[in-house]
Design a protein around this ligand. Structure first.
Ligand code: C2E
Ligand code: CA
Ligand code: CA
Ligand code: CA
Length: 276
């Protein structure tokens, strides 16, 4: 049986066999959910640390299940990967993100929105062409749509990842290496990647104010990124203490609960008014 967990999300607590059954059922439900618009576009703001200005948002998917309630991507993205549903899910996210960006643009708010890709997307030979099509359909500039790729997804197939990233850069978009520090990429590979931002994983940011080891990793990642002409985003910024130490280390951008939790995309403009 599902019970509401912290934050109101349904968290499953049954045994292994029941979990397996639930996963199979959810895979079928997910296909239906993508086709019948049960997915939701959430956004979490990114703030420039030096100026405190909102500099963009990350697009995060949510699934409002008719029976189980809100399901988080940590549960259903792996299912989508196993069930071959990443392409339709990514396409749904792209369509929603372009539509939202267009609406903001029409309302006079130009905020880049960053969409997450899975490893599977990086091997999709048609992905970049579909994105090119979306830019021409919606008529928004390439600076308004960004893409986040985890370090570990890049490392699954470094050669084809590099090709996809190069094509995305040619469209004029900005790219992030996500969850940096968890994927064991080499310095020489990193140097070749045409990315604009490194996102330091929250596993390093959260403990940085209490653990010297984490603080050292955060500091050296900031230095490394800056030496490679990249900007640094810290995720998992949960407190003023996090903000202050990141500011003193010269980190560029902050994202986390201290600024705002992810929210339904249509609430973003109101939220920004209250932040400013
Ligand atoms: P991510 O890309 O690293 O996204 C950041 C995650 O950290 C989000 O979880 C966000 O809600 C959470 N977060 C942000 N700030 C804080 C904080 O201060 N404290 C804590 N404890 N958490 C914070 P979410 O939305 O549950 O997403 C989890 C992961 O699922 C994402 O990690 C990403 O890898 C994946 N994901 C989400 N949406 C998509 C999508 O549309 N496509 C793909 N392929 N993956 C997605
Ligand atoms: Ca991300
Ligand atoms: Ca991340
Ligand atoms: Ca993460």
């Amino acid at each position: 049986e599902a019970r509401p967990a912290r934050g109101g999300y349904a968290m499953y607590t049954g045994g292994q066999e029941e979990q397996h059954t639930r996963r199979l059922a959810l895979m079928g439900d997910l296909r239906h959910a993508i086709e019948h618009n049960q997915l939701l576009l959430y956004c979490q703001p990114k703030v420039d640390i030096a100026s405190r200005r909102v500099c963009g948002a990350e697009a995060l998917v949510r699934w409002e299940h008719p029976v189980h309630g809100m399901i988080l991507p940590s549960e259903f993205i792996p299912l989508a990967e196993q069930a071959g549903l990443i392409t339709p899910l990514t396409d749904w996210m792209l369509e929603s993100a372009f539509s939202q960006c267009y609406a903001w643009h029409e309302a006079g708010l130009d905020r880049p929105l960053a969409v997450n890709f899975s490893a599977h997307d990086l091997r999709d030979p048609d992905l970049v062409e579909r994105i090119r099509g979306l830019f021409s359909t919606w008529g928004i500039g390439p600076e308004l749509m960004q893409f986040e790729l985890t370090e570990s997804a890049l490392m699954e197939d470094p050669a084809s990842a590099l090709e996809t990233l190069t094509d995305l850069k040619q469209l004029g978009t900005q790219l992030y290496i996500d969850d940096f520090g968890t994927g064991y990429s080499s310095l020489s590979y990193l140097q070749k990647l045409p990315v604009d931002y490194i996102k330091i994983d929250q596993a390093f940011v959260m403990p940085m104010t209490v653990s010297d080891d984490s603080a050292v990793i955060v500091r050296s990642t900031i230095e490394l990124g800056h030496n490679l002409d990249m900007k640094i985003v810290a995720e998992g910024v949960e407190s003023q203490a996090h903000w202050d130490s990141l500011a003193s280390l010269g980190c560029d951008v902050a994202q986390g609960y201290h600024i705002s939790k992810p929210m339904p995309a249509e609430q973003f403009r109101n939220w920004e008014t209250s932040w400013a």
